[in-house]
Design a protein around this ligand. Sequence first.
Ligand SMILES: CC(C)(COP(=O)(O)OP(=O)(O)OC[C@H]1O[C@@H](n2cnc3c(N)ncnc32)[C@H](O)[C@@H]1OP(=O)(O)O)[C@@H](O)C(=O)NCCC(=O)NCCS
Length: 160
Amino acid sequence: MRVSEYIRLPVSGGEQISVRRLTAVDVLDLLGIGVSQPEFECAELPDSWKEEELRLWLQSEFDICLGAYDIGGQLVGDCLSHVHVEANKVHIENVFVTPKFRRKGIASGMLRILKNSYENAFPDKRFRLIGVVLCSNRKAIRTFEKAGFGIGEKCYWLQA
Ligand SMILES: CC(C)(COP(=O)(O)OP(=O)(O)OC[C@H]1O[C@@H](n2cnc3c(N)ncnc32)[C@H](O)[C@@H]1OP(=O)(O)O)[C@@H](O)C(=O)NCCC(=O)NCCS
């Protein structure tokens, strides 16, 4: 997906939503929707993503991070990923839609666009896209399923 390209997302409820790749200039908008929502890891918490780290991430040539925009150009959702090209893996780090815009197909639409974007960017690769979701987060699980993901092996969350 070219950085300047907008993809119109067909969503329910009469909204007009477009999706494009985020770049470093979008970092403050991304933090903006993050700080307003406790569940988003970009909040100003000690162990959340920092502006400079996000900026570098959005500058990456290979990692694809998407933003969903309403008709007024307001960022209303994001889908952030890291690619490990040689290992054929894409890790989906965050999927988020602001509450007013939920249940319209935006998150599942972004996940589908993310998958297509990697397929187009690396036509000779077969990537495995991996997202981690809490077992209790049923709506997130359904969102991934709606985008064509299946539940993989059940894992333990190990941390040090
Ligand atoms: C999870 C989240 C990203 C879903 O975004 P969304 O744009 O509302 O998702 P979609 O509209 O594409 O919904 C996809 C499916 O998920 C399920 N779903 C989503 N929200 C739901 C809700 N509130 N109640 C029941 N099912 C729900 C539905 O099956 C829905 O499909 P349907 O509307 O055709 O029935 C959003 O709720 C969110 O930002 N949550 C907080 C952050 C989070 O938990 N992120 C995921 C982990 S990284």
